[in-house]
Design a protein around this ligand. Structure first.
Ligand code: SF4
Ligand code: SF4
Length: 474
């Protein structure tokens, strides 16, 4: 049976740091972080933010580097266009990406969340910095929150939330730039909202959502909303490198006393600085927790304490459970190896499919539910439709040629000048006509070539339905 002290230490198992006993949210005021890891993280975040904000403006051969136009179902990744017809490629790419994240998480925990996730980067490197600048560090923020609404509080709140709103608007514009493309976004700015009501409404919604996320939801996104965060419990094992407290070295913890005899045995002096800097409000000394985003703020805080009390740094550090318990180094196990092999196989298939991907796709269909027709000149016809997906960035003049059986005629419904515009889909209809004497079967196999500027694009097969019955022509 557990004693009262143990039960007190176990409270984190059924309580959340940001919710009180009545279920009301407790606002987290993390102390301003500082230290080596925070400096590295700041540089890395600025590098990513420059990339993110510049992304919509970057072009490769006149095309966006990255465009995720879900509305028109058109995606450009590193200048390559993907259409709904490339769904297999896109799905494979997404699968490889998810597997990469899983493998990365198995080995290095939730580093993505703390170091590269846009939610953390914007929150910690932009919004939180503005908050520290206007409201002060955690103690001053607490005081401001509880003080009455005087001129100082109103002014600070007004300035902070105006800046939050402007920043959310900039992020929303960037986000929209990735969805509709920078040229469309420039048009929206140039023509004004009334000329593009739908896009302006989307911009207003994105701005509001971002403002709500960064001014109010904050750590709730990482703890409750993000599916990746909730799945990490399935991915981590005892060899995963995560931000961890070295309980072997730190326990039993205790306050630093002047007398040598009263000094705590472990290295942890229970100063709680690691807890105070945590943006999700947890105590890393309770072990790996779902709320930990591996931001490393607690490592910096504890290292500073260790330097002050003249103990080695690294009481809180990147380590695996086995590393802390037995001193073992990071090693690959069967699961990691298997994930790696599957990832390699998926990437190989993806590269092969990408390399052999057709630039123009065609689909030939005989008009469903329609049998043959007899034309005025006595010829027998079937109606077909053909769809072209032009994934290139050039206009393609299209020509159809019947190669089997050769004694037939193709008559385009909308005229002979068929041009498929760049990056677009076109559908045309045509009649295929034969002299009745040339028809020998009810379903005659046919072959049609699609040519552009004399170059063969594709050869397609179909059937021609003719007026033949058992024993001869009708
Ligand atoms: S426990 Fe440490 S690494 Fe995890 S979220 Fe809190 S401060 Fe960041
Ligand atoms: S900062 Fe270090 S010494 Fe202080 S409570 Fe946390 S683990 Fe213990």
């Amino acid at each position: 049976m557990k004693n009262a002290h143990a039960l007190d230490q176990d409270h984190f198992r059924d309580e959340l740091s940001n919710v009180d006993k009545k279920g009301k949210r407790l606002w987290i005021y993390p102390k301003k972080p500082k230290g080596n890891y925070y400096n590295y993280r700041t540089w890395f975040a600025w590098f990513l933010m420059v990339l993110m904000f510049a992304g919509p403006f970057l072009k490769l051969n006149g095309r966006p580097l990255l465009l995720l136009n879900v509305l028109e179902r058109k995606f450009i990744i590193f200048g390559m266009v993907f259409w709904p017809q490339d769904l297999n490629l896109f799905a494979l790419l997404m699968l490889s990406f998810i597997l990469f994240i899983v493998l990365f998480t198995v080995l290095f925990g939730r580093v993505w969340c703390g170091w590269a996730c846009p939610q953390t980067i914007f929150m910690e490197m932009l919004f939180r910095k503005i908050e520290y600048f206007i409201d002060g560090d955690s103690g001053q923020q607490r005081k401001l929150a509880t003080q009455e609404w005087n001129t100082e509080k109103i002014a600070k709140r007004a300035v902070k939330h105006t800046l939050f709103w402007i920043l959310s608007f900039v992020i929303a514009n960037t986000f929209l730039g990735y969805v509709i493309g920078i040229d469309e976004l420039k048009l929206l700015v140039h023509d004004g909202p009334l000329a593009h009501v739908g896009k302006f409404a989307a911009l207003a919604i994105f701005t509001t959502v971002f403002y709500f996320v960064f001014s109010s939801l904050r750590e709730l996104v990482c703890i409750f909303i993000c599916p990746y965060g909730r799945l990490q419990g399935l991915m981590l094992d005892k060899n995963s490198m995560v931000v961890a407290y070295d309980f072997v070295r730190g326990e039993p913890r205790g306050k630093l006393k002047k007398s040598e005899d009263l000094a705590p045995i472990g290295d942890c002096i229970d100063c709680k600085l690691c807890v105070n800097v945590c943006p999700t409000g947890i105590d890393i000394r309770n072990g790996t927790q779902l709320e930990c985003i591996n931001c490393t703020a607690c490592i910096d805080a504890c290292d500073e304490v260790m330097v002050k009390i003249e103990k080695p740094k690294g009481l809180v550090r990147f380590a695996s459970l086995n590393n802390i318990n037995e001193g073992t180094k990071l090693k690959l196990n069967l699961r990691n190896g298997a994930y790696g092999l599957v990832l390699l196989a998926l990437l190989s298939v993806f590269i092969y499919l990408l390399a052999t991907r057709k630039q123009v796709e065609t689909t030939l269909l005989r008009t469903p539910g329609m049998l043959f027709q007899k034309q005025a000149d006595g010829k027998i016809s079937n109606l077909y439709s053909i769809e072209f997906v032009n994934k290139t960035f050039e206009e393609l003049p299209i020509e159809l040629k019947l190669i089997e059986p050769v004694k037939g005629e193709i008559r385009m419904v909308e005229g002979n000048n068929v041009v498929v515009h760049k990056e677009s889909v076109a559908k045309v209809s045509f009649f295929l006509l034969f002299e009745p004497s040339a028809i020998e079967k009810i379903n005659t196999p046919i072959k049609i070539q699609v040519l552009s500027n004399g170059k063969l694009i594709e050869e397609m097969k179909s059937k021609f339905n003719g007026p033949v019955y058992k024993g001869g022509i009708k």
